[in-house]
Every structure is written in structure tokens, then in C-alpha cells.
Design a protein around this ligand. Structure first.
Ligand code: LRH
Ligand code: MN
Ligand code: MN
Length: 390
């Protein structure tokens, strides 16, 4: 049995990026409930993200979404974030809220519309140059609702061409920047989606070059999909760029990661540990892509990053030698027991002590709730903004 002491050092430096949009008001198409204390500006979202990091030590960067988080001076925004102890991470493009993109953006048949969408990505690259961000993340809302509505094959070809143009410009930024292409099997298009699955994303990014990767959003699969298998395969192929973590009961619910199915999160993180997708030598970016419809947002984010940390610790606890031995012996139940022993280990007391040793609160949630920050923002911020995506 592996002990917590044996794996503690590997938890050092774990980073889970938080999304700026998690701090805005959100809901469903039926109702958006306002939450007292909701940020009114990008700066206030960043201040809240920095607060999550201050109490957990787990979330050193915040992802931005353009144009939701558009400001005049991104270099100044970067300094503002750094002064608060956080950094600006992934830049997300947005081609899903403009009438011109009703029938496609990077796949559109009209070259002018395609160019407009490409230019938007160039603008995102300019933002990255100012913020020092590594990753440009692209999720496309493109597809069709009816058989025959579009030429699926032609759309793939145009997508490849548009992505190539964006990728070539990205390479001029420096040696480290990456393009990360996210897939989603449905919504807002329902008959066909242009990047519906990891295979399509993989095919598209492989054609671009080494610095183009796949983003796996845990909410973007059909029910019952073995997501950890996809993780294993993408790591094997060297193309797992990043995670958008969240959890789901039905579809793209964007609920707190690890809330609906902690065991699935454990299995995913085990494949990361197993396949070189975790630790200082890994380039895989761990991010949250969540919204908090009815709960308070900062506590929701604190709970989320702690869930990832807890399941990471449990995944590290799997006795890999014992597991391999049982697997090779054909000891079906023995192998399963090794796996489950780690999953059922309660690491929370160990993690509390681990945090205290590092000058962090043992119970970040309690410390946040006692800090007065929530009361302060509820008093100060009147008329908080809605998350941009609704
Ligand atoms: C699409 C998505 C994508 C967007 C975010 C707001 O469903 O997961 O990552 O950028 O939601
Ligand atoms: Mn996502
Ligand atoms: Mn999503």
C-alpha cells in the first residue's frame, strides 16, 4: 500500500487554472439568478480568482475569454493580476455570439466571414503577446441542424485551412505558444458538429504541427463515454494539451468538477499520472470550465480545485507495482482491489496537514468564509455582470 508521505512531494506545484467566467452570474435559458458580490469588471473577476489561489495555493492563473474580458490595455491587466499574486493563463476565442457566424465561422463558405473569424483569432494572439499567455484555446460552435444543410466534408477542408492560417501566425509569437482545439459532440448544432470528438480534433491538430493539441472538456461527451480511455490515447499520441474540468449529470452541465462522479475524475487523473500527463515534466494544462448557477462562486471554485487535488492525491496513491503484478497475473479482482483501495482512501486530513506545512489554511473553505472577503464584495459590488455566455 502506498502511503500519503510517499506521494506528498508529487503534489507540489500542482496548478489548476480557473476561468474568468466562473465568477460571473450564470444560469440556464430559463433563469439567471444574480449572486450578491458578483464582479462588475474583468479586474474584479481577476481579484476573485486571486482569492481562490490565496486560500488554496492551487490556482495560480486565470483564463480569459475574448471578447468577454476585453480591456484596452492587456499589459496593464497582466501587471494588475501579478500584483494580486495571480497570472493570466489561457486565452479563449469566441466565434459563437455574432450573427455573421450563424452558418459557420472558420468553416463558413464565404471567405469574408472566414477571414473575420481568423482576424478574431489574430486579435486573441495579440492579447497573448501582451499577457504572456501560452495557450490559445479554440472551441467552435459550428455545425448544422439538418441533413443536407451543409457540406460536411467541405467544412472540414475549410476548417483545416483556417486553422493553418491561425497556427502559422501563432508560431511567430515565440517558441512556447500552443493552439489547443476543443471538441464537443453537440450543441449549439445538433445534426452534425464540425469538431465533435477527440478524433476529429486530433486529425485537425496533427495536420498543423507539434504545437497544436487537443483540449478535453469533461462535459463534452455522450453519456457512458469512457473518458479516461481518451485521456490515455491522447497522452500516448502526445496530443493531450489541456483539460476543461467540470461535471455533468446530463450534458454540458458545467457543474463543479468531481461533484457528479468523483470516481470518474479519479480514473481520469490516474491515466494522467500513468501516462506522463501530470507533474513537472508534463505540459498538460489543468483548467476548470465551470459556472455556478445557484451557489456562491468563490466557494464553488475553492471546492472545485480542492476536488481536483483530492482525486490527484488518490490517483497517486495507486500502488502501480502491485497493480501491474495483478494485471500480469490475470488477477482480475486483485487488480481492481488495488485500484479501489486508492480511490477509497480519505486523503483530506493528510492534505489539511500538508497545506499547513506550507503556510496555507488547513481548511481553505472555512478560512475563506471567515475572512470577510465575501461580505466585503457583497457590500461593495452592486449590479454584478452576467457571465458572457448566456
Ligand atoms: C463550450 C465551452 C467552451 C467555451 C466555454 C464557455 O461548451 O466548453 O470551452 O469556451 O464552454
Ligand atoms: Mn470547455
Ligand atoms: Mn462546454
Amino acid at each position: 500500500m502506498t502511503t500519503f508521505e510517499q506521494i506528498a512531494a508529487q503534489l507540489e506545484g500542482q496548478a489548476i487554472e480557473v476561468p474568468s467566467w466562473a465568477y460571473g452570474n450564470s444560469g440556464t435559458r430559463f433563469k439567471v439568478f444574480g449572486t450578491p458580490g458578483t464582479p462588475r469588471t474583468v479586474e474584479e473577476k481577476i481579484a476573485d480568482a486571486a482569492t481562490v489561489h490565496r486560500f488554496t495555493g492551487l490556482a495560480p492563473t486565470v483564463a480569459l475569454h475574448i471578447p468577454w474580458d476585453l480591456v484596452d490595455d492587456f499589459a496593464a491587466l497582466r501587471r494588475y493580476a501579478e500584483d494580486l499574486g495571480t497570472g493570466i493563463g489561457t486565452i479563449n476565442s469566441n466565434t459563437f455570439q455574432d450573427d455573421d457566424y450563424k452558418f459557420g465561422a472558420l468553416t463558413h463558405t464565404d471567405a469574408k466571414i472566414r477571414q473575420k473569424a481568423i482576424d478574431h483569432h489574430f486579435e486573441c494572439l495579440d492579447v497573448m503577446a501582451a499577457t504572456g499567455s501560452r495557450d490559445l484555446k479554440i472551441w467552435l460552435a459550428e455545425g448544422t441542424n439538418y441533413p443536407g444543410q451543409g457540406d460536411m466534408r467541405g467544412r472540414q477542408d475549410r476548417l483545416a485551412e483556417s486553422l493553418q492560417t491561425i497556427y502559422e501566425r501563432l508560431l511567430t509569437l515565440g517558441d512556447t505558444q500552443r493552439l489547443v482545439l476543443e471538441y464537443k459532440f453537440f450543441e449549439p448544432a445538433f445534426y452534425h458538429t464540425d469538431v465533435p470528438d477527440w478524433g476529429t480534433s486530433y486529425a485537425q491538430v496533427s495536420a498543423l504541427g507539434e504545437r497544436a493539441m487537443v483540449c478535453l472538456d469533461t462535459g463534452h461527451h455522450a453519456p457512458g463515454t469512457n473518458i479516461e480511455f481518451i485521456v490515455a490515447q491522447l497522452l500516448r499520441l502526445g496530443r493531450l494539451g489541456s483539460f476543461d474540468f467540470n461535471s455533468r449529470f446530463y450534458a454540458d452541465d458545467d457543474l463543479i468538477v468531481g461533484a457528479a462522479d468523483p470516481f470518474q475524475l479519479f480514473r481520469i487523473l490516474f491515466e494522467c499520472v500513468r501516462g506522463g500527463g501530470f507533474g513537472p515534466d508534463s505540459d498538460v494544462a489543468y483548467m476548470l470550465d465551470q459556472c455556478h448557477n445557484v451557489e456562491k462562486k468563490i466557494p464553488g471554485q475553492i471546492r472545485s480545485v480542492l476536488n481536483v487535488q483530492e482525486m490527484t492525491a488518490r490517483a497517486l496513491l495507486v500502488d502501480r507495482d502491485a497493480l501491474t503484478a495483478a494485471q500480469e497475473d490475470g488477477d482480475v479482482l486483485g487488480a481492481n482491489a488495488v485500484f479501489m483501495d486508492a480511490f477509497y482512501t480519505d486523503v483530506r486530513p493528510h492534505l489539511a496537514a500538508w497545506r499547513e506545512e506550507r503556510g496555507l489554511p488547513g481548511d481553505p473553505m472555512a478560512a475563506y468564509l471567515a475572512s470577510g472577503y465575501q461580505e466585503q464584495i457583497e457590500a461593495d459590488r452592486i449590479g454584478g455582470a452576467q457571465a458572457g455566455w448566456l
